[in-house]
Each structure stands twice: as structure tokens, then as C-alpha cells.
Design a binder for this molecule. Structure first.
Ligand code: SAH
Ligand code: SF4
Length: 396
């Protein structure tokens, strides 16, 4: 059966959190919005720039959540801020650590929704895989997130809050006044969790701008990679307004097959997508575009596919590397993972053509934290809770 493809964006973003007796959350505000917020409670215009810088630094450089500890602000001013504002990030509901050190967090956001965040430690870096939506409106047929009915955009606070939550867990906030530590446990961000980041553009942009700000979390734009299934009109904006690296969920070399795997292809086909990638202003040999390619047995993994893939990239002269992802199966998935021999043969053709073709190591499989599995874990957790309750009921 052909997957249906609602290529719409009929999802909502809830207003910034106003819990705690209507207090506004300062997390996720851009510098300008933070300045406006401080002025709105009586901060004199003349002091606004300085106060914004101070509060910003406390929140994003030192990771504090209480106004009380902001010792370079007058006591009365701290009290004023505490009266009107909160500094709030999503709440961690569960935390699983894989045999390989991968950590998977389930965090709860306003409305009782849950999203998953994955931390992947490697020798020379630590990558946080961040979610941009609850579920996804797109319905890629190999992706479990795409089968989730419920969808809501995350706010900027909820997106940058995932990074802050992970820094809490890794105990990576420096002591105020301590020298800058260049070795980071959390050194890279990939927007490859749940959701299509380019269908939540403004919030993703604001959150990434905050993560890049040199007076805060201070991650280089080159250490942030946004993965999209191919929302063509937003690709140029990504370069202009975010400036991060780009990964593209390519996954097929003909429109026929891509229409089925990545249904957004019916809206913007392979040629249109390649045109947008060729025009990506940041693309260069040092900032290559990553082509993600999930290896599905007998579907998209032939030698001809490998040759066609190279031909597409060469024809458009796109600085690229090709990341081959062994398919991560989930219960009821309609595909099988290609054999290791097939994946290696495919990689070899790409390599011979002069392109890097790393095969993505599957991480955190034992905790269902691998690419595309980020729905099932939540569902499974729920199911097992129900099961446990049912069993408890039976036992009574
Ligand atoms: N929505 C965005 C980002 C999230 S998905 C996008 O589609 O690009 C991150 C990557 O995991 C994408 O390349 C996606 O196609 C891939 N993926 C999804 N399900 C997968 C699965 N079951 N096995 C392997 N990769 C999968
Ligand atoms: Fe959405 Fe990406 Fe999954 Fe497609 S692969 S359904 S765009 S999360």
C-alpha cells in the first residue's frame, strides 16, 4: 500500500510556557526578546543591554535556573525577575544508558507530550541528537516517528532546553569565573531526532542561534547539523538564517522509489531537491552536504542505485559525503536491512567515485535509541506500563 502523504504543516506551536502562576519562561527567547522581556517588567532602557547580557550569561554560560544566584544583580532586581519570570527546561522522565555509553532521555514538555533526546559519545566528540517536533507530519515509510499520529512543534525553549538538560546530566556547566574548557562532552548537535526541523523553522533557528551564541553554550555553527527530508523552499533559508551544516535524507535515486520512501518527494522531486542543494550557499569542500541513505534490502541498495546516486551528485556538482545508514528495524516495519556485504559493495562504488562513504555505526540499539526508532521506545514504555498495570490487576 502506498503511504499517504499529508505534505501540510497543520501543526501548532503552543505559546511560550506561562505556568508557575503565569510567569514567563526566559529560556528560548532571542537576545532581543529577552531585552524586551526585561524592559517590560521595569528594567530601565539604558540598562537593558547590560542586564540582558548578564542574565543571558547566567542562563546559558553557567547554566543556573534560579535568579537568586545571579550575584552580579542587585537583590531587589533579582526579586523582581523571580516575581515575573522562570528559567525552565523540559523535565526528564526517564534516562537509559546503553552498553556502548549512548544515553537516551525521554523528556516531558507542556501538554504532557514526550520527546526523545539521544547522547552519543565518541572518541573525539559527543553528539546530541535533538528533536524538533513531537512526531512528524511526514510519513516516510521506513521511519517509525512518521507513524506517530500526534504532532506538535516544539518551542525554541523546548529545543534549546534539550541541550541544557543534557549538559545538566553530563555535569558540564562550568563554574562561574573558571577558565574556558575546550574539551567538551557535548560538542556537536544533530537535528536528527523526532520531527522535520524545516517544518518548525523559526523555533529551530532561534534555538540554534542561542546554542551558537559565544556568550553561552557557544557551539560553532560547524558543529551543528540539520537533517531534512527535503523541504526545498526552506533549504536556502537554513544557510542564510542558521548557517549550520546540512544533511539530506536522500534514500532513493529515482522519483518512483523516493515517492514511496520519502513522500515529500511528490511535492519537491529529486531534481528540484538537487537544485536547492547545489545552491546551498555554505556548501564547499570543507562544508560538504551529507547525503543520508538508509540501506533497505532489495529496495534501494543495488549497484545501479549507487551509480545513479553518484551521477546525481556529480551532475549538480554538489560537495557531498554519503552516509550509509543500515536500516534500523522496528516492530511491524515493512523493510529489511540490507546485508553487510551489500552495504559494503554499495559503499565501495561510492568510494571509488571519489566520495566519502562512511557506514553509520548503529548506536544504542539495545535501548531503541537508533535512528528512526524514536517512537517505538516511547510506545513500548507505555505499553509495558500498561502491561505491568494489567498484570498487577490480575495478581490482586
Ligand atoms: N526529519 C528529518 C530528521 C529526523 S530523521 C529527516 O528526515 O531528515 C534522521 C535520519 O534517520 C533521517 O535520515 C531518516 O531518514 C533516518 N531514519 C529514519 N528512520 C530510520 C530507520 N528506521 N533506520 C535508519 N534510519 C532511519
Ligand atoms: Fe519525519 Fe524524518 Fe521520519 Fe520522514 S524520516 S517521517 S521526515 S522524522
Amino acid at each position: 500500500m502506498e503511504p499517504t502523504a499529508p505534505i501540510t504543516q497543520d501543526v501548532m506551536t503552543i505559546p511560550r510556557k506561562t505556568d508557575d502562576g503565569g510567569k514567563r519562561n526566559l529560556v528560548g527567547l532571542t537576545r532581543d526578546q529577552l531585552r524586551e522581556a526585561l524592559i517590560s517588567v521595569g528594567t530601565p532602557e539604558k540598562q537593558a543591554k547590560m542586564r540582558t547580557g548578564q542574565v543571558w550569561q547566567w542562563i546559558y554560560q553557567w547554566g543556573v535556573r534560579e535568579f537568586e544566584v545571579m550575584t552580579n544583580l542587585a537583590k531587589t532586581y533579582r526579586a523582581l525577575l523571580a516575581e515575573h519570570f522562570v528559567i525552565e527546561i523540559p523535565e526528564v522522565v526517564s534516562r537509559l544508558v546503553s552498553e556502548d555509553g549512548t544515553r537516551k532521555y525521554l523528556v516531558r514538555i507542556a501538554g504532557g507530550h514526550e520527546v526523545e533526546v539521544v547522547y552519543i559519545p565518541e572518541e573525539d566528540r559527543g553528539t546530541l541528537c535533538v528533536s524538533s517536533q513531537v512526531g512528524c507530519t511526514l510519513t516516510c515509510s521506513f521511519c517509525h516517528t512518521g507513524t506517530q499520529k500526534l504532532v506538535r512543534n516544539l518551542t525554541a525553549a523546548e529545543i534549546v532546553g534539550q541541550i541544557m538538560m543534557a549538559r545538566d546530566d553530563l555535569d558540564e556547566w562550568p563554574e562561574p569565573g573558571a577558565p574556558k574548557d575546550e574539551t567538551r562532552l557535548l560538542s556537536n548537535i544533530v537535528l536528527m531526532g523526532m520531527g522535520e526541523p524545516l517544518y518548525n523553522f523559526d523555533n529551530v533557528r532561534d534555538a540554534m542561534k542561542i546554542a551558537m551564541d559565544p556568550e553561552g553554550i557557544s557551539l560553532s555553527r560547524r558543529r551543528i547539523t540539520l537533517s531534512t527530508s527535503g523541504v526545498v523552499p526552506e533549504i536556502a533559508r537554513t544557510a542564510q538564517e542558521i548557517g549550520c551544516l546540512l544533511a539530506i535524507s536522500f534514500h532513493a535515486t529515482t522519483d518512483d522509489v523516493r515517492d514511496k520512501l520519502v513522500p515529500i518527494n511528490k511535492r519537491w522531486n529529486i531534481e528540484e531537491l538537487l537544485g536547492a542543494l547545489a545552491a546551498y550557499p555554505k556548501a564547499s569542500n570543507s562544508e560538504r552536504i551529507t547525503f543520508e541513505y538508509v540501506m533497505l534490502d532489495g529496495v534501494n541498495d543495488s549497484d545501479e542505485d549507487a551509480h545513479r546516486l553518484i551521477d546525481h551528485i556529480k551532475r549538480h556538482n554538489i560537495p557531498a559525503k554519503i552516509n550509509l545508514i543500515p536500516f534500523n528495524e522496528w516492530p511491524g516495519a515493512p523493510y529489511k536491512r540490507s546485508s553487510n556485504n551489500r552495504i559494503r559493495a554499495f559503499a565501495n562504488i561510492i568510494y571509488q567515485a571519489g566520495y566519502a562513504s562512511p557506514i553509520r555505526k548503529t548506536r544504542g540499539e539495545d535501548i531503541m535509541a537508533a535512528c528512526g526508532q524514536l517512537k517505538s521506545a516511547t510506545e513500548r514504555a507505555r505499553k509495558s506500563k500498561r502491561q505491568i498495570e494489567a498484570e498487577a490487576g490480575l495478581g490482586q
